[in-house]
Design a protein around this ligand. Structure first.
Ligand code: ZN
Length: 278
């Protein structure tokens, strides 16, 4: 990919280092730059570094020459290693193709990493890199940013020793993905209880189903109509930029409906319909 970028004039080599020629992105009529230099309030002066062999302070590294004691690979520019950003563009192309539907990542990666990925991939491939970008908020621990220096750091493996990972997934869906999420023991307990309520309710509508004697619905049709509203609300919330918090509320409304409108006298048909919804 670096060779392609050089051929197309988007990159140049200086003493074993290959740089991306950032300002050339302006020429890329077929590949509009969506983020680079538009959304980021980047002060160009902050980008000036000691690398005065660069043509422009905005240029970033694609290939670095070998340093003693570091792993290195053969290349047309001598032994060295790829820059962090180009690794992602190349891996994405190799495994997913030239264009992907959704690119996700932490909000801290927007600049420079994701913008550089767009610059590299779109210049090399001549097409839009990703149709949608989804950047998630940070996970805080007891309202503090998670960091190694504070020692408030958990791995997923550590959490899995205490909780079923299904509970962790459910907990993470309790906030919108772009919002910061706070992790605490109480909130995990709440997630665990909430998930149990949903699972129990779906089981309960299944169990009496086998036993109940009334076959068809009679006066239960109206109640069932209520359940379709919750299904619609769920879908609407998910269609609105994956608003999982609202989607889960709709699931709980449905659980409430199941819990308050079913008993031994319920019809098979009603229970089956509710169970299918859940
Ligand atoms: Zn990446």
């Amino acid at each position: 990919m670096i060779e392609t970028l050089i051929e197309k004039g988007y990159a140049y080599e200086k003493n074993g280092t290959v740089y991306y020629r950032t300002r050339k992105l302006k020429d890329m009529a077929s590949c509009p730059i969506k983020i680079w230099m538009i959304c980021s309030p980047v002060d160009v002066h902050l980008l000036v570094s000691g690398e005065d062999e660069k043509e422009d302070p905005l240029d970033f590294v694609l290939w670095k020459p070998k340093k003693e004691g570091e792993p290195a690979w053969e290349s047309p520019w001598g032994e060295g290693r790829p820059g962090w950003h180009i690794e992602c563009s190349v891996m994405s192309k190799k495994y997913l193709g030239e264009q992907i539907d959704i690119h996700a990542g932490g909000e801290d990666l927007i600049f420079p990493h994701h913008e550089n990925e767009i610059a590299q991939s779109e210049a090399a491939n001549g097409k839009e890199f990703a149709k949608y970008w989804m950047h998630n908020g940070f996970l805080n621990i007891d309202n503090h940013k998670m960091s190694k220096s504070l020692g408030n750091f958990f791995t997923v493996r550590e959490i899995s020793e205490k909780y079923d990972l299904q509970v962790l997934r459910f907990f993470m869906l309790s906030a919108h993905y772009r919002s910061p999420l706070n992790f605490s023991a109480e909130l995990m307990e709440a997630a665990k209880n909430g998930l149990e309520r949903i699972i129990n309710s779906s089981r309960e509508s299944e169990i009496p189903h086998a036993k109940c004697e009334n076959g068809d619905m009679t006066d239960e049709r109206e109640k069932l109509a209520g359940s379709t509203v919750y299904v619609e609300n769920f879908e609407k919330a998910m269609d609105d930029d994956f608003n999982t918090a609202d989607a889960i509320s709709a699931v709980f409304e449905l659980v409430k409906l199941c819990n308050t409108t079913t008993d031994g006298a319920s019809s098979k048909e009603y229970l089956q319909n509710l169970f299918d919804c859940l």
